[in-house]
Write a protein that binds this ligand. Structure first.
Ligand code: DON
Length: 304
């Protein structure tokens, strides 16, 4: 199969599409991003990779970081994580307070904001220096030491993230938060601010395509059973209340972020990351979803 040719076809097809959504503006720093940015990168193995457009430009990975923080939490706490957060699709917006109230402070899953805030609480509790250790994990699985937090994005969200602060406080009131609220939101906002390119993200996600082994070293950093569960969660919960639609259209486990990125994998076949900042009504990249639909259609390789 000629992957580069398939990618070139996707790039051309997408250039004719009329995009209707808007870039995220509730985090002021994200509103400044050029809506025309578009890139995609796919890894098959260490020596076989393909890309187009802005695939080497860094952007704010936002909620894609929730896969990395959950991976770290499971590495440290194992299945005890599931005493604090459930594993069901939410069917509601990613920052819903109403659902958290209905669920009595136990988040539906770790990929909505409340769930990731519980995961942040766990990491702040068990790690000596959670920000440093998260960055070390991401650098290790990519082999790229230049990957870092974006201070401007983190500060921008710290000064405007009242909804997330409300979610933590609400869970604290119901006994599902242990640490100091300020420390938790600080770690959470910094996690979301990590800047990576499609190429680096696709490299990182090879971990989930390869049963927990790092692409360039082969080191096993997550066990296959953990990866099976992470992929199941990406499949069922990776796109908030659009997870069904993503499964239906694309058919890959994946995770999106409001920076306009999507990372997805096909177990044993490939990892892929796409970036286009314009979001649809559910907060997922409009063009990114469409591009991935074309990828699984043109390659004939989805998990279904
Ligand atoms: O907490 C927020 O709202 C953003 N930092 C991340 C949102 C996002 O990417 C989608 N949410 N799960």
């Amino acid at each position: 199969m000629d992957y580069q040719q398939i990618l070139d076809t996707i790039q051309e097809e997408m250039s004719y599409r009329d995009v209707k959504g808007k870039v995220a503006s509730y985090i002021p720093e994200l509103a400044k991003v050029d809506p025309k940015k578009f890139g995609l990168h796919l890894y098959r193995n260490e020596h076989e990779f393909y890309g187009f457009g802005d695939h080497e430009e860094k952007f704010s990975i936002q909620s894609i970081s929730k896969v990395f923080t959950l991976s770290l939490a499971i590495r440290n706490l194992g299945t005890k994580v599931w005493e604090r957060v459930h594993v069901e699709p939410s069917g509601n917006p990613f920052n819903s307070l109403m659902q958290l109230e209905q669920d009595r402070g136990i988040p539906r899953n770790p990929f909505i904001n409340s769930g990731a805030l519980v995961i942040s609480d766990i990491l702040v509790d068990v790690l000596d220096n959670p920000k440093k250790e998260l960055l070390e994990f991401v650098r290790k699985i990519t082999g790229e030491d230049h990957i870092d937090y974006d201070e401007n994005v983190a500060q921008s969200e710290l000064s405007s993230g009242y909804r997330n602060i409300a979610l933590v406080n609400y869970m604290k009131a119901l006994g599902n938060i242990k640490c100091d609220v300020e420390k938790i939101v600080d770690f959470y906002f910094y996690s979301c601010s990590i800047a990576m390119s499609c190429k680096s993200l696709a490299k990182a996600f090879m971990l989930y395509a390869n049963k927990g082994a790092i692409l360039h070293t082969g080191e096993q950093v997550l066990n296959p059973s953990t990866v099976k569960r992470l992929n199941a969660l990406m499949q069922t919960c990776g796109f908030y209340d659009e997870s069904g639609e993503f499964s239906f259209e694309v058919g890959l486990p994946g995770k999106s972020g409001v920076g306009g990125g999507i990372a997805a994998i096909h177990p044993q076949q490939y990892s892929v990351a796409v970036w286009s900042p314009v979001l649809n009504k559910k907060g997922n990249s409009e063009l990114g979803m469409k591009a991935l639909e074309r990828l699984t259609t043109l390659t004939g390789l989805s998990v279904f």
